[in-house]
Design a protein around this ligand. Sequence first.
Ligand code: ZN
Ligand code: FE
Length: 239
Amino acid sequence: MRIITVKCLDDNFSYILINEESNNACVIDPGESKPIIDIIIKEKLNLKYILNTHHHGDHVGGNLDLKEKFNCGVIGFNKDKNNIPGINIFVKDKELYQNNDFEFTTYHTPGHTKGHVIFHFHIQNLLFTGDTLFSLGCGRIFEGSYDQMFNSLKLIKNFSKDTLIYFGHEYTFQNSKFCSHHDPDNGKLKNKILEITDKLKKNVPTTPTSLKEELDCNIFLKCKDLNSFSKLRELKDNF
Ligand code: ZN
Ligand code: FE
């Protein structure tokens, strides 16, 4: 499987996943259609599916255009079916979805929104976390509770350490400032900041990250209890 990271809107990431045997593709969280269409045409791909992690406009903005142009299916969480434009394939929490080209499991991770899900492509061990987990940060709590978000992050922490994390926004540099403010002596974090600064200087996205690096450096994954997580998340909102 080949992955193309696509920058959308101001700081969103969409991901085009390609089965290289069939040239069939799916796209995760198309925030807008234009940059996706350009790549589908240039690379001569068949866009078969859209997968959405949640209903926010910066993740579903391209759905209807793409569905109309390529006649692709729109896959999303069954409990979010009233919020996701064009949805016609419904997946459940912990359900394994398989077709001829792709295979992934959906996990419900409420907090940022009530119906947020993440997608785990277990054969390649890739996790698409949308706005639940970012590199060095986590999503804001909009619809859900702190408790839900804390538990959603706990679920992610239990994947194997070599899982590659593909997240929804290029917030890494801003997030790194918050992490180093609260964890100034973390040597692994210092190294990671050097790496991401170097990437950003070259205009290279900081996605993906690995779960191992996030466990070492992401202060939100280091919180031991709900109380300290909630305080930290509130501090970040005003950072
Ligand atoms: Zn969002
Ligand atoms: Fe977003």
